[in-house]
Design a protein around this ligand. Structure first.
Ligand SMILES: Nc1nc2c(ncn2[C@@H]2O[C@H](COP(=O)(O)OP(=O)(O)OP(=O)(O)O)[C@@H](O)[C@H]2O)c(=O)[nH]1
Length: 772
């Protein structure tokens, strides 16, 4: 039966019920009313038989058999009905007991029982796990048993009151009629309880559920009318209104519908699970209880109070119902707890990133909104940092997506470690994170630096150590600025972060409202057109002789503060300049400034200037060197060009020629950061440099003895090759002592002086390196 046919079915039931009610008034006389009543019963029974036979033909196996069994049962019942009608309407003698009608009527429960079990089996499929009751818990099992007992107890009272009691009291005239009299209530009891139990056991949305429910409804309806009929007989009622036979008409009608309904196999069978309450399942056990209550009320009104057996079983049923309700309350509480926990879990999922466990964009947005609203009065300042990992795609390409995920998770933990527990760290998506610092933050930039430092400590991904760099945008909202929303702030942080990306990555750009746009060193260099860009300058770090620590040289280091006040790190703006193809211009600028400042200071010191290895051999470099030396009349031996291997020397032979050409100008050439980056013994062998600078990793490790041994060997090697050695990154007296013992005679590091303008350096006792 399709959905479209439901209204027709319901209409038919309603019309039938209405006819029963109207007919019950017998406006057209009792006899005619009886004719109508019997005709309706017979028609309903025959309709069920026809439906059963017709639909059964379309199926095989259990689906066919349960229908045929019901059809047989209803055929027997209809035959019984024919006999009954004959005696009642035609013969006019009243029904003898036992009679052929009993055979017909009593065949129905037998076939119906077999049909119920066949239908139950028809529902078991190979994928039976999916078909079991949703949750077969101990509670569920107890509830089923309690429901079964309630139904059985109630029906017992009904049948006892109706017939059994009378039978037991009065005893039947003979064994045959006794057996027939007791057979009706007993068969009804058994079949109804089985049907109810099957309904209660079942899941709501099984494909055959409608068949079962309609069948059970029909059986209960038949049993109810049986009981009423038996009761009226037992109290010796003289006549019976057709109303009492309502179940004999509606029952077969429901059964006919049960036979017609075919499961919709196209529908997902578990799709309706969330479809809500199965009212039939809930109500069915209580229909007999209601009937008992009505019966006892009628008895009390009629002055025939319930007897001892009825009272005893009735009280038992009441206790069973109470126990069932207690169980329901308990189940409800458990369910509520589960719903609450489920809600908590859903809320957590809705507001957190599943990969890292951090807040997600939604939660971060909420917190930022709140912080912005509170921050309006300046007593609740906030800082927003937008973090985007640099070149994260390479991590995915190298270690796979799973490796990337591991790294993202570890990055999240590091970020959490850099902030207070009251701050919010969120993953906005991909490799983008955002941090909201609430309350007073003394140095927001220091937090960004701390994050950078934390990320630089390499992460272990699939057994490989991976350093992570990030570009960050930092926003400190101005409390005086009106109407700044969280979206605007996030947009600013994002813009600043991208400015950092454009600058060459691995940097923090602080948002400042300016019309110049984000810091752009290449543009500033171009605008300067050979002059010094605004905010650009050199600082110098001393290089000392050991062990007396007398300054013998200084290394010139470039610095740039963007017009918006951002102190852009040298790595960042140098990378940006290289990317913009302006590396040669920057070299020329630094050479010029270094020579100018060292000459202007009147100090008799050597000056070291860094040049990227990629420019070795470029004529522009040699021209810049000659031009600067000539312009400031600086003796060539007081200039050291440090080759910085951020990229490998492209052609070692050409590089060696270029070094020789520089040396021919009189300047010396150093290999910077030896032991890190791309420098190797091959490079040392190929390039005829005058000096090497040992990378700090070789001089300040955590194993002093090994460091000393390595340093000693390298210094010995350089001695043999007639190369001077400068140890870099010396910060403590112990490290200075270690490299001195290793034979190193020159060093650089915070211990001897931090980078500063020449005028700010203490360079007492300085002598030129060439003189040492
Ligand atoms: N492992 C992993 N990767 C992700 C996830 N979500 C996004 N990605 C990848 O993260 C990368 C982010 O790339 P981008 O930020 O655009 O580029 P990038 O390589 O970091 O380069 P820059 O941001 O320009 O430094 C893309 O390759 C995405 O496929 C994720 O949940 N797990």
């Amino acid at each position: 039966m399709t959905v479209r046919r439901y209204p027709v079915a319901i209409l038919l039931v309603v019309v039938t019920a209405a006819v029963i009610v109207v007919n019950g008034f017998a406006f057209w006389g009792d006899t005619f009313a009886l004719w109508i009543d019997d005709a309706m019963q017979l028609s309903a029974g025959v309709a069920a038989v026809v439906c059963g036979c017709l639909v059964a033909r379309r199926f095989r196996g259990h689906q066919r058999w349960w229908r045929l069994l019901i059809a047989f049962g209803m055929a027997g019942w209809s035959l019984g009905q024919c006999v009954w009608s004959w005696y009642q309407l035609v013969d006019g003698r009243g029904l003898p007991s036992p009679s052929l009608a009993d055979v017909g009527y009593l065949s129905f429960p037998v076939f119906a029982l077999a049909a119920l079990f066949t239908l139950a089996r028809a529902r078991i499929r190979p994928d039976r796990e999916r078909w079991q009751p949703a949750q077969w818990t101990a509670h569920f099992g107890i509830a089923v048993v309690l429901d079964g007992l309630v139904v059985t107890g109630s029906l017992f009272i009904l049948t006892w009151t109706a017939a059994l009691g009378q039978l037991v009291r009065a005893t039947a005239p003979d064994a045959g009629s006794w057996a027939v009299a007791i057979a009706y209530p007993l068969s009804d009891l058994v079949i109804v309880v089985v049907a109810v139990l099957l309904v209660v056991f079942d899941r709501v949305d099984r494909p055959y559920r409608k068949n079962l429910l309609l069948l059970a409804l029909g059986i209960v309806a038949l049993a109810c009318s049986d009981s009423v009929f038996a009761y009226l007989v037992s109290i010796g009622a003289e006549s019976m209104k057709p109303w009492a036979d309502a179940g004999f008409v509606l029952g077969p009608l429901f059964i006919a519908y049960a036979l017609l309904v075919t499961p919709n196999t196209r529908r997902r069978e578990d799709a309706g699970q969330a479809g809500g309450v199965d009212w039939w399942q809930l109500a069915l056990p209580y229909i007999p209880v209601t009937a008992v209550a009505l019966l006892i009320t009628v008895q009390l009104i009629g002055g025939a109070g319930p007897d001892g057996v009825e009272v005893f079983v009735g009280v038992l049923v009441v206790f069973l119902v109470l126990a069932r309700q207690l169980l329901s309350v308990l189940d409800n509480r458990l369910l509520l707890r589960r719903v609450y926990e489920g809600q908590q879990q859903l809320t957590h999922q809705a507001y957190h990133d599943p990969l890292t466990g951090l807040a997600n964009r939604a939660l971060f947005g909420d917190r930022l909104d709140l912080a912005v609203a509170e921050g309006a009065d300046a007593r609740h300042p906030l800082v927003l940092i937008f973090v985007d990992l640099d070149d994260f795609k390479e991590v995915n390409d190298r270690f796979g997506h799973a490796g990337g995920d591991l790294l993202l998770h570890a990055v999240a933990q590091r970020l959490l470690g850099c902030v207070r527990s009251t701050d919010t760290v969120a993953r906005l998506g991909g490799d983008e994170f955002a941090i909201l610092l609430e309350g007073e933050v003394d140095a927001p930039q220091a937090v960004a630096d701390r994050i950078r430092g934390a990320l630089r400590r390499p992460f272990a991904v699939h057994g490989t150590l991976v350093p992570v760099r990030a570009s960050m945008g930092l926003v400190v909202p101005d409390p005086a600025e009106p109407l700044v929303t969280s979206d605007v702030l996030l947009g600013r942080a994002d813009t600043s972060m991208y400015a950092g990306k454009r600058l060459g990555k691995d940097t923090t750009v602080v948002y400042r409202p300016s019309q110049d746009g984000p810091p752009d060193f290449p543009a500033a260099l171009r605008r300067a057109a050979g002059g010094v860009p605004e905010g650009f300058g050199l600082v110098f770090q001393p290089i000392v002789r050991l062990p007396d620590e007398t300054p013998v040289a200084v290394e010139a280091l470039a610095r740039w503060t963007a017009p918006d006040g951002t102190a852009v790190s040298p790595e960042t703006f140098v990378r940006a300049v290289e990317g913009a193809g302006l590396g040669a211009e920057l070299d020329a600028l630094v050479l010029d400034l270094a020579c100018r400042e060292i000459t202007a200071a009147g100090l008799d010191l050597t000056v070291h200037v860094n040049v990227c290895a990629s420019r070795l051999g470029a004529p522009a470099l040699e021209q810049s060197v000659s031009a600067s030396l000539a312009r400031y009349r600086l003796p060539a031996e007081r200039l050291v060009v440090e080759i910085t291997e951020t990229v490998p020397v492209p052609d070692l032979a050409a590089g060696a020629d270029a070094i020789r050409r520089l040396q021919a100008l009189g300047v010396r050439v150093a290999l910077d950061d030896f032991g890190a980056g791309y420098s190797s013994l091959t490079v040392l062998h190929a390039l005829p440099v005058d000096l090497i600078k040992l990378d700090r990793a070789l001089t300040t490790g955590v194993q002093p003895e090994r460091d000393a041994a390595l340093c000693r060997s390298l210094v010995g090697l350089c001695d043999d090759l007639d190369l001077a050695v400068v140890a870099e990154g010396i910060e403590t007296a112990e490290q200075a002592e270690l490299i001195t013992r290793a034979g190193c005679t020159t060093a650089q590091g915070y211990r001897f002086g931090r980078p500063a303008p020449l005028s700010a350096l203490t360079l007492s006792g300085a002598t030129p390196l060439s003189a040492s």
